[in-house]
Design a protein around this ligand. Structure first.
Ligand code: SF4
Length: 560
């Protein structure tokens, strides 16, 4: 668990209840449920559940009751609520079709096994940690260990009886599942090449560590209106999807003050996607954690709690605008002004996944390789650890693109390492399709899913490699199993949103609504839903082949 004993917290009372709102009186009408307006009465069941008991407190019940008495002993509000605070979701009962997702009660969808998410802040793993992750996968998770697009590792098939032992092993090597899910500050994304890249503007690692120390597992921030996503990267390749996080710190070189970070707030996807906005402020490395804590506290105090689908920070930022947000941050939380700063430069490369072989600033190399749609398993992770060790490395990184890197490889070891990776079907020279395709968890395990994703993404890669072997334009294809956007469909060149569609025989079958032209980095913007364009799962390869052939034929110089 994160140390919660010593935290310099701006604007906090002892109970973590905001001090500023306490001075205010509730308005005559209920407003948006902001604590800062005095609305402490819970306005929906989720808020009531959080008020009844802090999500972090469920750990004691898991350790002392549920792990001993089994799944059936778990209280319903813990099962579908507070267990998320420790990275645990019930997984989907096998065999339930996507058509039943919306009509069944939650209990009917629940399996007695859990998905468990391990937070890997900054994507940093030592080989010792990687081996523990791999062993847990094999011993307790039927070999599952997906790399997620937020740099986490996700297990399935976890039994509540095994959770305390899994925590013991993870925490023994400095990993945890604390606040990996829930209405809390989630994993902190970080550049996978932090501290090693030749072209790095600034290494954000110390800021990630300090944010973690102050905020994660801290009861002052364990009841936020909804989830809160953070990204920190000093790489010029913008490798942490800063545009779609609640708060992001992006490396910039200030003409007067030197390297530091540009602050973005209010990004997010799901049903009403928003690109974050710049506050126009430059923050030195040592102030990042202060600013982060101030933004989290604003979200806690002023965030909308009345309607869950309006509770993300992006709605508050949308209503306030960046100027007011910065003013409140400076005047009520930081109690000082931030310096004005420049915008980040546009990244020069189309890909920002660090795949391939690249020289580090110390002369060694890092090797980025591509599991298929983030799917990997404990046995393979164990072999990756062996390979890395045999080639002189002691650390790996996960990326926000469902990929992995092995660091610190001497030049004369690179060829042998990449050969070893190839033998594990973990290529460092992937096709554009292997490289650019991501998929969310989908119907295999997710209770919200309507369609399958991981297996289909892998099949699509094979099909496209076979059909378009010479296609070399960067292209991203993201598959989601439902209208949520865990695989970031709106930001892909080709975004595929899972739903039931009608096939040529008039049957309801698995398929996808198509979004085209989304992008982050060079020209951030969301893909457009192509009106009426829905493709059955079986027709996906035909459709994408037609689309990409047409794109190749008509494309203008430099066009994506
Ligand atoms: Fe589940 Fe939907 Fe998220 Fe996919 S996008 S993991 S199906 S909630």
């Amino acid at each position: 668990m994160a140390d919660t004993s010593e935290r310099p917290s701006p604007k906090l009372s002892e109970q973590g209840v905001p001090s500023a709102p306490a001075r205010r009186k509730a308005g005559r009408h209920r407003g948006e449920g902001q604590w800062a307006a005095g609305h402490f009465t819970p306005l929906n069941p989720n808020e009531q559940n959080k008020k009844d008991d802090d999500g972090l407190n469920v750990r004691t019940r898991i350790e002392t009751i549920y792990a001993h008495r089994g799944f059936d002993s778990i209280d319903g509000s813990d099962l579908r609520g507070r267990m998320r605070w420790w990275g645990l979701y019930t997984q989907r009962r096998p065999g339930i079709s996507g058509g039943k997702t919306a009509v069944l009660d939650p209990e009917e969808l629940d399996d007695e096994f859990f998905m468990m998410r391990v937070r890997i802040d900054g994507g940093r793993l030592s080989l010792r940690q990687l081996r523990v992750v791999a062993d847990i996968s094999q011993e307790f998770a039927r070999g599952t260990a997906d790399i997620t697009d937020r740099q986490n590792v996700q297990y399935h098939w976890i039994r509540v009886e095994d959770v305390p032992e899994i925590w013991r092993r993870l925490e023994g090597v400095g990993l945890s599942t604390t606040e990996a899910c829930g209405d809390v500050p989630r994993v902190i994304l970080g550049s996978p090449v932090a501290g090693i890249a030749k072209d790095e503007i600034i290494d954000g690692t110390p800021a990630i560590e300090e944010i973690h120390r102050r905020v994660i597992g801290n009861p002052a921030y364990s009841n936020l209106p909804r989830k809160f996503k953070t990204a920190v990267s000093g790489s010029p390749h913008m490798d942490v999807t800063h545009e779609i996080n609640d708060v992001a710190f992006v490396g910039v070189d200030h003409p007067e003050y030197g390297p530091g970070f540009d602050v973005w707030v209010g990004g997010g996807l799901s049903t009403n996607p928003k690109i974050g906005v710049r506050l126009g402020a430059w923050v030195p490395l040592e102030d990042v954690a202060d600013v982060h804590e101030g933004v989290v506290a604003i979200f806690r105090d002023y965030g909308y709690r009345r309607l869950r689908n309006r509770a993300r920070l992006k709605y508050l930022v949308g209503d306030w605008g960046p100027e007011k947000f910065r003013q409140v941050l400076e005047e009520e939380y930081l109690l000082r002004k931030m310096a004005d700063g420049p915008a980040p430069e546009k990244p020069v490369q189309e890909w920002r996944d660090h795949i391939g072989v690249h020289q580090q600033k110390d002369g060694n190399y890092y090797v980025g390789f591509a599991p298929r749609v983030g799917r990997i398993d404990g046995a393979t992770l164990s072999k990756v650890a062996d390979l890395a060790e045999a080639h002189g490395s002691d650390r790996v990184r996960t990326t926000a693109e469902q990929k992995m890197l092995i660091l610190d490889v001497a030049g004369d070891q690179v060829a042998s390492l990449t050969e070893g990776l190839e033998a594990l079907d973990l290529t460092a020279r992937p096709s554009v399709f292997r490289r650019g395709t991501m998929a969310c968890t989908g119907i295999e395990f997710c209770k919200l899913a309507i369609v399958e994703t991981k297996g289909r993404g892998s099949w699509l890669i094979d099909e496209m490699e076979r059909r378009l072997p010479g296609f070399d334009q960067p292209v991203t294809i993201n598959l989601n199993g439902c209208p949520n956007s865990c695989a970031r469909i709106q930001t892909a060149d080709i975004g595929l949103k899972g739903q039931l569609v009608t096939d040529s025989e008039g049957e309801q079958v698995e398929g996808y609504q198509v979004h085209l032209g989304g992008s982050l980095g060079l020209e951030p913007g969301f893909g457009r839903k192509v009106r009426g364009l829905k493709v059955t799962a079986d027709d996906l390869p035909d459709y994408i082949e037609r689309l990409l052939r047409a794109f190749e034929a008509q494309r203008e110089e430099g066009e994506r």
